[in-house]
Design a protein around this ligand. Structure first.
Ligand SMILES: NC(=O)c1ccc[n+]([C@@H]2O[C@H](COP(=O)([O-])OP(=O)(O)OC[C@H]3O[C@@H](n4cnc5c(N)ncnc54)[C@H](OP(=O)(O)O)[C@@H]3O)[C@@H](O)[C@H]2O)c1
Length: 330
C-alpha cells in the first residue's frame, strides 16, 4: 500500500499530468491546423478526365496527394522507384476510393536513363498531362555520386525534376491548361547556388546543406520554367508543405530521428502536409498564376534572393540542359 501510494504520487501523478498536457497540446495543434489549413472540402475542382503524375507516391505527402487527386476523379500515375512499394501504395489508395483510376510507373529520379525511359512510356500511355507534381526527394544523404556522375541528392531533388518536366512539356502543353507543382522546402533559404554541386564538386557543404541547396535550385528552376512557358497554358509554382512527420528523415542519425518522432505529436501529418500542395494543384483562383513560391499557409511568398534572380536562373538552366543532354529533339 505504501509502495503504491509512493508510486501514484511521485510517478503516476506527474506522469499523468504530463500525458494530459501532451494530449491537450496535440489537440490544440490539430484544431489550429483545422482552422488554418486551406479548406479542401470546399474546393469543388473535379478532375474527371484529367491525368496527374505524382513522383514519390509510395509514402508521406506524395501518397496523400495522389489519394486526393484520385478521389477527385483524376487518372493518377504513381511514379515510384520501387515497384513493390508502389504496388502497396496503389493498393492502399484503391482501397480508400474504390473508383480510383491509378497507374504505376517506375522511375528512379536520380538516374537520367531511368527518367528518359519512364517519360517515353508515360507519353505513350498519356499524350496529355494536366498536372505534374514533382514531389520525390531525398534528405540527409552524404555526398555520393550516381553512376552517371551526378551528386545523388542534387540528381534526385533537382536534375530529375528538371529533366522529367522538360521531357513531359509537350504533353503538358497539349492538355491546353496544365499545372506543374514543385515541392520545395522553406529550408531552401539556407542554401546557395553553385552549379558545380550538380556533379559533386563546388564549394564544400555542411551537414544537410546539399538538401537546402537542391531545393533552392528547384525553386530557381520554377521561376525560369514559368518565364519560358508564358502563354502556353502551363503554369509552374513551388510550394513548402510545412514540417510533416514522414520518412523524410530516415537517413538521419538515430538521435535526430528520435527528436523528429517526439515532435510528431505537434507537427503536420502527411494529409495536412499535402494540403498546400493540393491548394497549388487545384485552387481555381490560381488559374494563370505562375512562377510563384507558396508558403505552407498557401500564401505567395518571396523565395531566397538567388531564386528571384533571372540571370542566375538562366545560367542554371543552361548548365542543366548541358548536363542532361536535353536538346530540341526531346
Ligand atoms: N516532411 C517534411 O517535413 C518536409 C518539409 C519540407 C519539404 N518536404 C518535401 O516534401 C516532399 C515529400 O517528402 P515526404 O516528407 O513525403 O518524404 P518521404 O515520405 O520520404 O517521401 C519521399 C518520396 O520520394 C521518393 N523518392 C526518393 N528518392 C527517389 C528517387 N530517386 N526516385 C523516385 N522516387 C524517389 C520516395 O520513394 P521510396 O519509397 O522508394 O523511398 C518517397 O516516395 C519532398 O520533396 C520533401 O523535400 C518535406
Amino acid at each position: 500500500m505504501l509502495l503504491w501510494s509512493l508510486v501514484s504520487t511521485h510517478v503516476w501523478g506527474p506522469g499523468s499530468v504530463l500525458l494530459i498536457l501532451v494530449f491537450l497540446l496535440r489537440l490544440s495543434v490539430r484544431l489550429w491546423y483545422k482552422c488554418h489549413l486551406w479548406d479542401l472540402q470546399h474546393c469543388c475542382t473535379d478532375l474527371t478526365g484529367k491525368t496527374a503524375v505524382v513522383t514519390g507516391a509510395t509514402s508521406g505527402i506524395g501518397k496523400a496527394v495522389s489519394q486526393e487527386l484520385a478521389r477527385r476523379g483524376a487518372r493518377v500515375i504513381l511514379a515510384c522507384r520501387n515497384r513493390e512499394r508502389g504496388q502497396w501504395a496503389l493498393a492502399e489508395i484503391q482501397a480508400a476510393s474504390k473508383d480510383a483510376c491509378l497507374l504505376l510507373g517506375e522511375v528512379d529520379l536520380s538516374s537520367m536513363a531511368s527518367i528518359r525511359s519512364f517519360a517515353q512510356w508515360l507519353l505513350q500511355e498519356c499524350p496529355e498531362i494536366h498536372l505534374l507534381v514533382n514531389n520525390a526527394a531525398v534528405c540527409g544523404l552524404p555526398k555520393k555520386l550516381t553512376p552517371e556522375g551526378l551528386d545523388l541528392t542534387f540528381a534526385t531533388n533537382y536534375v530529375g525534376p528538371f529533366l522529367l518536366t522538360n521531357l513531359l512539356q509537350g504533353a503538358l502543353q497539349r492538355a491546353g491548361s496544365a499545372r506543374v507543382v514543385n515541392v520545395s522546402s522553406f529550408m531552401h533559404t539556407s542554401g546557395y547556388i553553385d552549379e558545380e554541386h550538380l556533379t559533386g564538386a563546388g564549394r564544400p557543404l555542411t551537414f544537410n546543406q546539399n538538401y537546402y541547396c537542391s531545393k533552392l535550385l528547384l525553386t530557381s528552376f520554377t521561376g525560369e520554367l514559368a518565364r519560358r512557358l508564358q502563354g502556353t497554358g502551363v503554369t509552374v509554382n513551388s510550394v513548402h508543405p510545412g514540417v510533416v512527420y514522414t520518412k523524410i528523415m530516415n537517413q538521419f542519425p538515430w538521435s535526430y530521428r528520435f527528436l523528429f518522432w517526439l515532435s510528431s505529436f505537434f507537427i503536420k501529418d502527411p494529409q495536412q502536409g499535402a494540403n498546400p500542395i493540393l491548394y497549388v494543384s487545384l485552387a481555381k483562383e490560381l488559374d494563370g498564376i505562375s512562377g510563384k513560391y507558396f508558403s505552407s499557409s498557401c500564401v505567395i511568398t518571396l523565395p531566397h534572393k538567388a531564386a528571384q534572380d533571372p540571370h542566375v536562373a538562366q545560367s542554371l538552366w543552361n548548365a542543366s540542359v548541358k548536363l542532361t543532354h536535353l536538346n530540341k529533339a526531346d
